[in-house]
Every structure is written in structure tokens, then in C-alpha cells.
Design a protein around this ligand. Structure first.
Ligand code: SOE
Length: 381
């Protein structure tokens, strides 16, 4: 087995979920590569040192450029605020490194395009971490759609609801709360949460042709963690949009950080000619399925508990025993397993930077429509 040296840029929540995946993946999947946690870079020396000690990185520092250029790094993993993705990815591509980048790809489409051009020119493998694709129930939904089991798709409905920014005391800027600072995040719930829903929807139901959106910023001013000053808030706190998919189906998407009581309620429901399915992140190991072709006496929603072995439940053969479920962390393990398998086979692993650029283009169209109040056609490169 070959080793694959990982250089992690960032020390936050996402760096933890990726680091955990690198450590776990070889215990559950037989892979051609064994990831080695080689270096981590973060702004604060003490944070980098503590992160390295906790997760087992061999070296740490504050200079991401030194990490990217280091000859002992094969893969650069970008887990920093959105506005820093492009610069690091461009440098990593120029250094010939593979790149795993946190979502969303970038803060806007021009940055995303530059990132796609850089990795394609350098010929380096690249992946964007839209991890929910790799929740077994979400993957099963995709398989059922591809097999035609739903028939013609009429409706795609998705929500991503949270409630953690309702208090005006939550600052913009700072650890985690950089998501409220438009300069760091690019947008609010559109890029942070709807990007997940859009990625899954494009994958399952094909391109989105046009969108019509509405956004709101409920709290107009917040203290900025960096300056201590009260500053206007530039992000969208909530976004609702409807759309037409290229296949003729209608889409309905909603995201907010003001849905009191909901912490990370990502749900989708797809209605087809023969069947419907729905999924809920708070119950992520289940897929709900209704099939009109069932005998009428037995027809009804069924709840598939995705823990079977040898029965076609995606990824589950690698885990415990039937009946015992997996969760959020495992979606990142699956992501690394798929990426390393693709790297060994010299193949792309989706969603690549190019795939994620399409999600970025839908987000841009959504924000544009919210600004103008008009329908906006989604650009496609
Ligand atoms: C925001 O709270 C957040 O952490 C997103 O940034 C993640 O992408 C999402 O998976 C969970 O919520």
C-alpha cells in the first residue's frame, strides 16, 4: 500500500471532520493508499500545535504556502473560510498537489472559474467536500432515481434549516462566525447551506435551468469580531427560491438560520410518476420510500433503515453488523475512500471543482434573482 501525505490548511470544525476521516478510512476500507497526517497550518501557532497534537499531524506551522510547497505533501486539504479557498487552491495546483476543498468552491463564480482552470491546467485530482452525497441513504436515493424507479420526476423539494444566528449578540467575523461576514463567506445561507442542497439536487435530478429567489437579512448590523465595531451585515440570513430543472421538474428550496428549534434540518423530497422518496439529516440513516406500484392493500410510506450487508445499501458492507447505523462523520470517511479509489484508478471523483462551479453558478443566479426580483437563467460553462 502506498502512503499519501496530507497537508491540512485550517483547524476548525471541518478540519476535524476531514482529519477524523483520514484516520478512520483505512480501518474500514481496503484502499490502495494509506493517508498520513503530515502537516497542518493555521493562523495561530498555539492552535496549530494543539491541533497537530490532538489529531496526530507530524508537523505544524502558520505558513500555508510552506505547506503547499513542501515536497513531502501529496494532497492539500483546504478547510478555511471561503474567501481563502481560491488563493490556496491556485498555489496548490501550481505546486502539482491534489486538492480537497471545503464547500462552497469559492465566494463567487469568477474565483470558481479560476480554480477550475488551475486544476485542469495542472492536471491534478480535485474534489469539493459536499459530504452529504455520501450519506448511504442519499446515495441510495440517487441510485433509485438513476434506475428509473421513480419514473418521470415532477417535484424536487429541499430545506436546510438552522437557528443559531437569531440572537443579535452573535458577532460577524471570528471562529465559526466568519460565516456571517460577507467578506469571508461570500454569501450567507445560500453559499453555506443551500449549496449543499443544490449539489445534491444537481447530482440527483440534473441541471437547474432558471431560478426565482427571495432573500432576507433579519439583523442588519452586528459587531465585527475583528474590529469590535458595529457594522452592516452583508449576508443573506434566509433564502427561498423556486426553479425549473432542465428535465421539466419544478424545484422548491428554502434555507434559513432563523428557524427556531431546527439545528441542521436538511431534508429533501422527490416526487416521481411511480414513486416518491424523502430524507432527513436528523434521521440520516433512513430513506423514506413510497411506491404506487405496491399492492394497494400494502401501499404506504416505508422507512428503510440503511444498515444491511450484501443487500445493496451503499457503503454499509464496510461497517458494523446489520442493524447498527452510521452517522455524519462517516460521510467524510466515504468521501475519502471514494477519492483515494478514484486517484488510484486515475479517474475523477465527483463533485470535482468543475461540478462545484455549476453549484456556484446556481447560487449566483439565486442571489442575482433575489436582488432584481426577476427570473434568472443559470449560466453553464
Ligand atoms: C453551518 O452551521 C454548517 O456548519 C455548514 O457550514 C456545513 O457545511 C453544514 O454541513 C452544517 O452547518
Amino acid at each position: 500500500m502506498k502512503t499519501l501525505n496530507v497537508g491540512m490548511v485550517g483547524c476548525g470544525f471541518m478540519a476535524r471532520s476531514h482529519s477524523n476521516a483520514y484516520r478512520q478510512v483505512g480501518n474500514f476500507f481496503d484502499l490502495p493508499y494509506q493517508p498520513v497526517l503530515k502537516r497542518v497550518a493555521a493562523r495561530q501557532p498555539a492552535t496549530a500545535a494543539a491541533f497537530a497534537a490532538k489529531w496526530g499531524y507530524a508537523a505544524h506551522g502558520t505558513d500555508w504556502r510552506a505547506l503547499v510547497e513542501s515536497p513531502d505533501i501529496d494532497l492539500v486539504d483546504i478547510c478555511v473560510p471561503n474567501n481563502l479557498h481560491a488563493e490556496i487552491a491556485l498555489a496548490a495546483a501550481a505546486a502539482g498537489k491534489m486538492i480537497l476543498c471545503e464547500k462552497p468552491l469559492a465566494v463567487d463564480v469568477p474565483q470558481g472559474r479560476a480554480m477550475v482552470a488551475a486544476v485542469e491546467k495542472a492536471g491534478v485530482r480535485n474534489l469539493v467536500s459536499f459530504n452529504y452525497r455520501r450519506v448511504p441513504a442519499v446515495t441510495l436515493a440517487k441510485q433509485l432515481i438513476d434506475e428509473g424507479k421513480l419514473g418521470r420526476i415532477f417535484h424536487y423539494r429541499a430545506n436546510f434549516l438552522q437557528d443559531w444566528t437569531i440572537s443579535p449578540a452573535v458577532p460577524q467575523g471570528g471562529n465559526g462566525t466568519w460565516r456571517l461576514d460577507v467578506a469571508a463567506a461570500g454569501s450567507g445561507v445560500t453559499g453555506d447551506l443551500l449549496a449543499h442542497c443544490i449539489d445534491t439536487a444537481l447530482w440527483q435530478n440534473g441541471p437547474i435551468a432558471r431560478v426565482n429567489a427571495m432573500t432576507e437579512t433579519f439583523i442588519k448590523e452586528r459587531v465585527h469580531a475583528a474590529t469590535g465595531a458595529v457594522q452592516p451585515v452583508g449576508i443573506d440570513d434566509a433564502c427561498t427560491f423556486f426553479c425549473r430543472f432542465a428535465n421539466g421538474s419544478l424545484g422548491n428550496f428554502e434555507s434559513t438560520r432563523y428557524a427556531r428549534g431546527h439545528k441542521a434540518l436538511y431534508t429533501f423530497e422527490i416526487n416521481g410518476e411511480h414513486a416518491s422518496l424523502r430524507w432527513d439529516l436528523h434521521d440520516l440513516h433512513r430513506l423514506e420510500w413510497f411506491d404506487h406500484r405496491d399492492q394497494d392493500r400494502l401501499r404506504g410510506w416505508r422507512s428503510i433503515h440503511l444498515t444491511d450487508h450484501g443487500g445493496g445499501h451503499p457503503y454499509m458492507d464496510h461497517w458494523w453488523v446489520p442493524g447498527l447505523q452510521t452517522g455524519y462523520a462517516e460521510s467524510f470517511v466515504h468521501q475519502i475512500a471514494d477519492f483515494l479509489t478514484a486517484v488510484a484508478a486515475d479517474k475523477d471523483c465527483a463533485p470535482t471543482f468543475r461540478d462545484a462551479l455549476q453549484t456556484q453558478q446556481v447560487c449566483a443566479a439565486v442571489l442575482d434573482s433575489a436582488r432584481t426580483g426577476l427570473w434568472v437563467e443559470v449560466a453553464r460553462d
